[in-house]
Design a protein around this ligand. Structure first.
Ligand code: KIV
Length: 405
């Protein structure tokens, strides 16, 4: 695939099986990783970061099995993370051998705080290591991604220098990590713009971002980066990952779909172009989200955008009334778009008469006006005592009013 054709859309780099698995308690075994990888391929992600091959024998085996079984011709690129260390790169290259398309993702920290306290190396040492290890990774695979870790807190001139050297050494994707989720969307935009203006060879490669969610800005930062020319985003299913997690794949993809007219011009397209901005089959989102939640044991908060249990649920009477009259009054996307059969009208104390009557009709109760009024009053009394009213509660109320035994 040429770089030019890749830049016509956003490349979805899924790191659920690497950064996502770094969520405390989310450890997956080889079979579980394989099951998720198969589902990610069905979802249509472009790159699967399958793990960190050197991290453990289990992770090596997981990368290898995914490379064998999911990394088939025409399938996604299979990637392994590797520090800019020979042993890591060798392990990644070995595990990735069976894949039809493989990528080594190598990284080294570049911010002064990481250099001083963690790496205990000078800037010139880091520059030399990055250059040497990218060339070394390139001796195994054509597709090499480089990440200057903590890029958003790296002094800009040094960052530009590292990136220039990395591209000259053979990196084909340059990924900009906001490792500690420190950026605001505007700063992210400026960071990407600065790189594009000051790294002359940057247009030869795919520019990518990896946004962490420490301030709850991961998705906003990824979208801002796209506006400034980034064409790969690193993300995870349900936004899982180290600390507060990563940008959520489903949020980025659905934002690009629902707001396509807003994003289209950034891709040189007319506002109303219908061509999708990613390769993701959005109808597979809900299934993938559930599988990841089930296998990692990471529960999804009910109000989580796109995949939370309440994302397509309506409780307030005003909203329910609107939805019954026309779905788009209170919904910007259809539940079916992510693979859910339908939205959900939740009956509770905020619900109105229209939603109540509609649900009773669906349950087979066609009450006359007087009975309906009495039933509705009774329903409100019950709703004050319970968080959610079940169909059984409704049936009991309707039967009472209709005096059916
Ligand atoms: O958060 C981070 O900086 C990373 C890099 C390896 C991309 O996970």
């Amino acid at each position: 695939m040429s770089i030019a054709s890749q830049t016509e859309r956003v490349i979805i780099f899924d790191t659920t099986l690497r950064d996502g698995e770094q969520s405390p308690g989310a450890t997956l075994n080889v079979e579980e990783k394989l099951a998720i990888a198969h589902q990610l391929a069905l979802l249509g992600v472009d790159v699967i970061e399958a793990g960190f091959a050197v991290a453990s024998p289990g992770d090596f085996q997981a990368v290898k099995s995914i490379a064998e079984q999911v990394g088939i011709s025409g399938g996604p690129i299979i990637c392994s993370l590797a520090r800019a260390i020979r042993q890591d790169i060798q392990a990644a290259a070995e595990a990735l051998k069976p894949a039809a398309h493989s990528r080594i993702h190598t990284m080294i920290s570049t911010s002064d705080i990481h250099l001083k306290y963690q790496l205990k190396k000078s800037r010139s040492e880091v520059l030399a290591i990055a250059e040497e290890m990218i060339a070394y990774a390139k001796s195994f695979v054509d597709d090499v991604e480089f990440s200057p870790m903590d890029a958003s807190r790296t002094e800009r001139e040094f960052l530009y220098q590292v990136l220039k050297v990395a591209i000259a050494a053979g990196a084909t994707t340059i990924n900009i990590p906001d490792t500690v989720g420190y950026c605001t969307p505007k700063e992210m935009g400026n960071l990407i713009q600065g790189i594009r203006e000051n790294v002359p060879n940057i247009e030869q490669v795919i520019l990518s971002v990896h946004t962490q969610n420490d301030l709850g800005l991961a998705t906003a930062n990824a979208l801002a980066a796209i506006e400034y020319g980034v064409r790969q985003v690193e993300c995870t299913i349900n936004g899982i990952g180290e600390r507060a997690g990563n940008a959520a794949l489903e949020e980025i993809v659905m934002a690009l779909q629902v707001r396509k007219p807003f994003f289209n011009p950034y891709f040189g397209r007319s506002v109303d172009s219908e061509t999708p901005l990613t390769n993701i089959k959005t109808q597979e989102i809900y299934k993938t989200s559930s599988l990841v939640s089930q296998l990692t044991g990471m529960l999804i908060q009910p109000n989580k955008a796109i995949v939370g249990a309440n994302a397509f649920a309506h409780e307030s009477g005003i909203h329910q009334d609107g939805i019954i009259k026309h779905r788009e009054t209170y919904e910007i996307m259809e539940a079916a778009a992510i693979g859910l059969p339908e939205n959900r009208i939740v009956l509770g104390k905020h619900s109105g008469r229209n939603a109540f009557r509609t649900r009773l009709k669906e349950l087979g109760f066609d009450l006359n006006e007087a009975d309906l009024n009495k039933a509705f009053n009774r329903f409100k009394e019950v709703a004050d005592k319970k968080k959610e009213i079940s169909d059984w509660d409704l049936e009991a109320i309707a039967r009472d009013e209709m005096q059916i035994q």
